[in-house]
Design a protein around this ligand. Structure first.
Ligand SMILES: [Zn+2]
Length: 480
């Protein structure tokens, strides 16, 4: 074995342990070892042979989990963190964030994405699903240089950023733009066909933003090649009105997706808060996977994503941090806590989404949602050595006891953001240690992002004022 992590509380999330009992696979005084980036040993430390390991890492006082999965991220927007929050969705997009985002360059976006990737990696994440136009640039310039595993979704849309039409008038389409995006997705599949660290996906942005014939083309290619389609589905009233305008009165997103053949186990549906419970059951029964973004949807729509309901319907779900403006950022420890707290509040029921549920969403749930559970999501021999080590001895997460039950599970789920990350490994390579992300000058990165944000916000000021969101009055009154 190359490396043996020994002496920690190992939480395997092994799907074999996650049967009728929902067991997490908890091993006291456990050990995890690997060879060439593949897990070779998971079990009690007493059963491991440390003399056979090249390196032994002491995990005493720590929890050892599968690396977390952040299943839906738009990283570029991180350069605009704090730029739009506490405003309704349409105002958020058109009047608050839009006028500022228009002044960000590609290079600004790359720096924002790097900040997102570093933040999420430093929270224990080993797999990120990035959703972006020209996503190949972010894979090559940001994610792979850091060593992160990435599910790369190429955004496919035929709608201009700010279509100037009323809510019941279909957006005008530019079919050539949609077609060019599909070809970028094809190039991505070709480029990474042999790389298990990069999993490309088609990303038709939403049903109302892609012409019907292009959706049919995506469906047929996805079926032929058994490729995933990652789409924002049933995002609320704006989409609902567009679907009725384009497909006729009474048409719904899930109904039209079904007609197009897109309701299948190849579909990864983000959000789903605009779908009825019956429609969600239909999706779950068809094997559609869900990703929920609790902080983002709470911040931008004031809505709780139906993660608990989707699980109750038998569906597979993961969670993602979406984008920084509004929800704040990409620390997945904060996100799984938020997922649980919002689900409890929404149902007025503290059992609605429990600590084990929250940790499962962030690990094996996310891996299943992304179609990567054969490689990651649990500490199972034969899977990749993607591992996160959380210090349980910090003031904000201690004390923990192992008898008569493991308080580390609720402590991680609800106070995990206070658990310092001791180490993160992807494919057995150590990317994070107690000093932070290896090879990254965090201070220089923050300085660069700040300089860029100052320029973007200064350039955008007159447009932002003219757009007139309520944040202008907040700023002028000294509240922001
Ligand atoms: Zn999104």
């Amino acid at each position: 074995m190359d490396t043996l992590l020994s002496g920690g509380l190992v939480v395997t999330m092994d799907p074999d342990a996650d049967g009728a009992t929902g067991a997490l696979g908890i091993i006291d005084d456990g050990a995890v070892g690997w060879t060439d980036g593949e897990l070779a040993f998971v079990g009690p430390a007493a059963d491991a042979d440390p003399t056979a390991a090249g390196t032994v890492v002491d995990a005493g006082g720590a929890a050892v989990l599968p690396g977390l999965v952040n299943a839906h991220v738009h990283g570029r927007h991180t350069v605009l963190r704090g730029g739009a929050q506490d405003v309704p969705e349409i105002e958020w997009m058109n009047d608050a964030l839009g006028p500022i985002a228009a002044h960000a360059t590609d290079a600004d976006g790359t720096v924002g994405c790097r900040l997102a990737a570093v933040e999420t990696l430093a929270s224990g994440v080993t797999t990120v699903c990035e959703y972006a136009e020209r996503v190949a640039d972010l894979v090559a310039d940001v994610y792979r240089p850091l060593g992160l595993r990435v599910a790369a979704t190429e955004t496919i849309t035929a709608v201009a950023d700010d279509p100037d039409v009323g809510p019941d008038e279909p957006y005008p389409f530019d079919p050539d733009a949609g077609r060019a995006a599909l070809e970028r997705a094809e190039a991505l599949f070709d480029a990474y066909a042999a790389d298990p660290a990069v999993e490309p996906m088609y990303g038709p942005q939403a049903l109302d933003m892609v012409p019907r014939d292009l959706l049919a083309e995506i469906e047929s290619r996805s079926r032929r090649e058994d490729r995933a389609v990652h789409m924002h589905v049933a995002q609320g009233d704006r989409e609902r009105r567009q679907i009725e305008a384009r497909y006729g009165a009474g048409a719904t997103t899930v109904g039209v997706l079904g007609d197009l053949g897109l309701v299948s186990d190849r579909l990864l549906a983000a959000h789903l808060h605009g779908a009825t419970p019956d429609a969600r059951v239909r999706l779950a029964n068809a094997g559609v996977r869900m990703v929920g973004c609790p902080s983002s949807i709470a911040a931008i729509d004031g809505i709780v994503p139906p993660l608990a309901g989707y699980r109750d319907a038998g569906g597979v779900a993961g969670i993602g941090t979406d984008q920084a403006p509004g929800p704040g950022g990409h620390d997945l420890r904060r996100e799984f806590r938020t997922a649980a707290m919002l689900a409890k509040t929404d149902a007025a029921d503290p059992t609605a989404l429990t600590a084990p549920d929250a940790l499962r969403l962030a690990t094996i749930g996310g891996a299943r949602a992304l179609g990567l559970a054969d490689r990651v999501g649990s500490l199972t021999p034969g899977k990749r050595a993607d591992v996160a080590v959380f210090d349980l001895e910090a003031a904000g997460v201690a004390p923990t006891v192992a008898e008569p039950f493991h308080t580390a599970i609720p402590n991680l789920a609800y106070a995990g953001a206070a658990a310092p990350i001791r180490a993160v490994f992807v494919d057995g390579e150590r990317l994070v240690d107690a000093d932070g992300v290896r090879g990254v000058d965090a201070e220089a990165l923050v300085t660069d992002a700040t300089r860029r944000a100052e320029r973007i916000f200064a350039d955008a000021e007159s447009d932002w004022r003219a757009a007139g969101s309520r944040l202008v009055a907040d700023a002028d009154a000294g509240r922001l």
